[in-house]
Write a protein that binds this ligand. Structure first.
Ligand SMILES: [Zn+2]
Length: 938
């Protein structure tokens, strides 16, 4: 029941079939475990969770959750909890090294760098999604889980090989953030062991530990009393339970057993400040941390009710902080404050802000004073009502989707139950509890909670992190403390709540009409032609119960404008969006929509104009109103424009101090010969060309007309009920003439072999990019062949560059065949590595390319790619977002959407020869751009 919710949304109109209210809830009672899940414990102490769930179909999510992480490492084991997680894929009782990944890939599971396991301070979680179309898969899946739990080989040779890969992973984490963290973490954790046990560990240990040292960690901590097996999906619960007993029943706890204790964090006794700056830092920030409190989780209704109070409190406080950031001259770019979880056993109240041009002083003042204002004066009835509506609508949506919820979200819930004792009553019950408890939460109670929760006069840690470039002077610890002190002493007054509108549109527009209608039975589409010429495709589905997506696009984009307007056109839709809608500021829109779920926006892309929207099923009209208003109105607000501009200038200020930005800038500049039409990482100077009124004029030039748009709606709606709404809000859109052809402004990648080196960053980090591009005949079939080439190359990059040569931790090829603005392809490889390994990495990459041209992919690799595509596609066929995307692209490319249903045949038709030929066609070693990032020269 983890709840985070943002304020957007409505009238909590409860559905007719909503559960009845409970007779009464006794706050001292324990919240029961819901009937949807079977929770059990084996005699050896291993916990299991089992739930049968039908979404997605024919899939089983398995997890092995171990309550052990880096915090349990001995001094000679620093980094080995994580190292052990890597070794879980390198040989076990039933799978030789590589056999496990080979097997998983062969059944369609895609392996990413660390995609299927994570290690943190207090836990390690192994994830295994199993397609159940072959009955054997389930048994094998449990075998994998069992091997992880107590069957790892941990052979010397596999450990030796993995060292370089883990060191490459550590290299990726280095940089400004990591360097500043080293200064801040010991203070944050107030001297606790947590600061000394970052999961990535110590390089010296990773390089030289003796194999027995990691085996000791495995023996000590991978034991049944610290483990849970979570099973959700396509399986009969009785069978799942049988499999758990068969695979895990024989495990024994080691004897003697080391105590699994949680590292203490002592409450801060004295106020202090810490300043950490770095010349590669991207921006400046402040944070205030108050003393830790123990997170004593009680699973009673009383504790649950308190959690609800805390949620309402946090959403109101953060709404106020968001409001501050939208002033013309805001105290910070963005800020937040709440009581958050620091570790499984500790919470801490904190406040943080990203700084604007005026630096830390106004930001700290605003954070402290907003908290003081809430502590002294509390909140208002209107604020509380809005928060309750938003919360209840969120709960209602989860309830509505109760039979359409993905297995993964259940798995995550049960994992948190095991690790953090989060309650799991099931959404039917939880929604009933919320309906019973939320209305009774009074303003006086929330205000009492605010007084008790917001610390006053307590010790605190003030943290400043930022750039040492000198654009903003770095404050001293003494200054930080003085500013916080002064702010705490300053007098605050009660928050003033402005009257807000209750609707977006006072009066509906005069409706147009639907003039033609056709149906496509096979795809389940209804296509409407409206009286203004606009088309609408409706695809009602039962994939979800409370979800509707909308999109539309047409040729257009910023390339329609003259070169001098590029910057204004690029930012035009974001600027207009930042100023609100139809007379209301963005925050007033949020307030007016409390309890509703609807949003819509227009965007000027590179070569297209587009519309995007989403809504809950009861809020479709609202979403269409928003679409209508975005076409027909622009709200001009100089203060919000200044706020928008200030944030972007500030975000761009240190961009070129970051090695990743320098690299990407060099790559784009080299590829496209510095064409002004291609976006680069933005510099502050770019924004000096922005002009609010010009941006508005360009926005209006494109969006004063809806001509050429085909709107697509996909989701849980009734076609007959949507038709009158479409006639009212879309058929009434103006459609005067405007240019509707793609304008090719002549952006072309450089030809021939072009190599460039760039130098940035102080860490020993490099990045290699090798990009192939050029003209190519477009077709959907060819697009699939390009994708097949890319995916088999990714298998090779992982098998050879990572696993065999240990040159990289992660690295991949990506790309596509494009039709617009001319038919072409663009395929790139991105390979992060160490400076000393750059030449070897490039040579290895080209050797794989040569191999692919020479012999094509292996039958096994191509089969792995196809199996994964088919698995992904079968699931996607039950997703609204997938249909929206496919229908949209068929409209734009002029292709037949029926291809969606012929997908598996098309996949089957791809041969190894096709991929080999694609390699020869596209990976042309006489035509590519290679850019390499090296550390800056000393
Ligand atoms: Zn890792």
């Amino acid at each position: 029941m983890k709840r985070t919710f943002l304020a957007t949304a409505c009238f909590a109109l409860l559905l007719a079939h909503a559960p009845g209210a409970l007779a009464d809830i006794r706050l001292t009672d324990t919240i029961p475990i819901g009937p949807q899940v079977k929770v059990g414990k084996l005699p050896n102490g291993l916990t299991y969770y089992i739930q049968k769930n039908g979404r997605p179909e024919k899939k089983l999510e398995l997890r092995l959750v171990v309550k052990a992480g880096s915090i349990l490492e001995d001094d000679d084991q620093q980094g080995l909890a994580h190292f052990l997680e890597h070794l879980a894929f390198n040989g076990s009782a039933h799978f030789k090294p590589h056999e496990l990944t080979d097997y998983l890939q062969s059944i369609g599971v895609k392996i990413g760098a660390d995609l299927n396991a994570t290690t943190s301070f207090d836990e390690t979680v192994y994830m295994l999604p199993i397609p159940t179309d072959k009955p054997d898969n389930i048994d094998k899946g449990f075998q994998v889980l069992e091997d992880w739990a107590h069957g790892l080989t941990l052979a010397d040779a596999d450990i030796e090989k993995e060292r370089a890969i883990v060191l490459e992973e550590a290299r990726l984490g280095k940089g400004a953030g990591e360097r500043m963290n080293k200064i801040v973490m010991p203070k944050m954790f107030n001297g606790s062991r947590y600061a000394q046990r970052l999961p990535i560990g110590q390089e010296a240990v990773i390089k030289s530990f003796k194999p027995d040292v990691v085996r000791r960690f495995y023996r000590d901590w991978y034991r049944p009393d610290l483990m849970a097996v979570v099973i959700v999906g396509d399986i009969e619960p009785a069978r799942a339970e049988q499999l758990v007993k068969a695979h895990f029943g024989a495990m024994k706890n080691p004897s003697p057993e080391r105590p699994r204790s949680y590292a203490p964090i002592s409450a801060r006794a004295a106020t202090e400040a810490v300043v950490a700056t770095d010349k590669e830092a991207s921006g400046n920030a402040v944070m205030i941390r108050y003393p830790v409190r123990e997170a004593r989780e009680r699973s009673t209704f009383g504790a649950y009710r308190e959690k609800l109070v805390d949620l309402l409190f946090s959403s109101m406080l953060n709404q106020r902080l968001q409001e501050l950031s939208q002033q013309a001259n805001p105290p910070f770019i963005g800020g937040g404050s709440s009581l958050g979880k620091l570790t499984p056993r500790y919470k801490s109240y904190g406040a943080a802000a990203a700084l604007g041009k005026d630096g830390a002083a106004p930001a700290l003042a605003a954070l402290v004073q907003e908290n003081e204002r809430a502590r002294q004066f509390g909140f208002g009835e209107a604020e509380l009502e809005r928060s309750k509506k938003n919360f209840m609508r969120m709960m209602e949506r989860q309830y509505n989707e109760r039979d359409k919820t993905n297995s993964i979200s259940y798995v995550n819930e049960y994992t948190r139950n095991f690790l953090e004792r989060e309650e799991i009553p099931g959404i039917e019950n939880e929604y009933a509890y919320a309906r019973e408890l939320v209305p009774g939460i009074t303003l006086a109670e929330v205000n009492r909670y605010a007084r008790a929760t917001i610390p006053s006069n307590s010790a605190r840690l003030v943290v400043y992190t930022g750039s040492s470039n000198g654009a903003t002077p770095t404050p001293s610890p003494g200054e930080l403390l003085a500013w916080v002190d002064a702010a705490a002493k300053a007098k605050v007054t009660a928050h003033e709540e402005k009257q807000v509108a209750s609707s977006l549109m006072a009066k509906a527009p005069a409706p147009g009409a639907i003039v033609a209608e056709t149906a496509d039975k096979a795809l389940g589409l209804t296509t409407l032609t409206l009286s203004n010429g606009v088309k609408v495709i409706l695809k009602p589905t039962d994939f979800n119960n409370d979800q509707v997506f909308l999109s539309a696009s047409r040729p257009g984009g910023l390339t329609q404008f003259a070169e001098k307007d590029i910057v204004n056109a690029r930012y035009a839709s974001a600027i207009v969006d930042s100023m609100g809608l139809n007379g209301l500021s963005p925050l007033d829109v949020q307030k007016a929509l409390a309890g509703k779920v609807a949003g819509a926006g227009l965007a000027i892309g590179q070569y297209i104009d587009s519309v995007g929207g989403s809504a809950g099923s009861s809020d479709i009209e609202l979403m269409l109103q928003m679409v209508h208003l975005r076409f027909t109105t622009v709200r001009r607000d100089e203060d919000l424009y200044k706020s928008y501009l200030g944030k972007h200038v500030e975000a761009a200020r240190n961009v070129m101090a970051q090695p990743a930005a320098v690299f990407s800038d060099a790559l784009i500049g080299t590829m496209y010969k510095d064409s002004p039409w291609v976006a680069r990482p933005p510099r502050p100077a770019d924004f000096s060309n922005l002009d609010m009124d010009r941006a508005i004029a360009l926005y209006k030039e494109r969006f004063a007309s809806a001509r050429g748009m085909t709107f697509i709606l996909v989701g849980s709606f009734d076609v007959e009920k949507v038709k009158p709404l479409v006639a009212t809000y879309l058929a009434s859109l103006p459609t005067p003439d405007l240019p509707l052809a793609v304008r090719d402004v002549g952006v072309r990648p450089v030809r021939g072999v072009v190599k460039r080196e760039v130098f940035s960053g102080s860490e020993q980090k490099s990045q290699v990019a090798i990009n192939f591009s050029g003209p190519a005949k477009f077709s959907e079939d060819e697009q699939m062949r390009v994708q097949a080439l890319i995916d088999v190359m990714n298998l090779r990059i992982n098998d050879i560059l990572r696993e065999k040569l240990t040159l990289i931790y992660s690295g991949r090829m990506s790309g596509s065949l494009e039709k617009v603005p001319y038919e072409h392809y663009a395929i790139g490889m991105s390979l992060p590595t160490g400076p000393a390994n750059v030449d070897k990495t490039i040579a290895a990459a080209f050797a794989e390319i040569a191999q692919m041209k020479e012999s094509g992919p292996s039958a096994a690799d191509l089969a792995k790619v196809k199996q994964n595509w088919i698995q992904v596609h079968r699931r996607a066929l039950r997703e609204n977002a997938y249909w929206l995307h496919e229908l949209q692209s068929a409209v734009m490319l002029g292709t037949d959407p029926a291809a969606i249903l012929a997908y598996e045949e098309k996949v089957a038709a791809i041969t190894a020869q096709d991929v080999q030929a694609a390699a020869a066609r596209y990976l042309d070693t006489n035509n590519y751009v290679q850019v390499v990032l090296y550390p800056e020269k000393k």
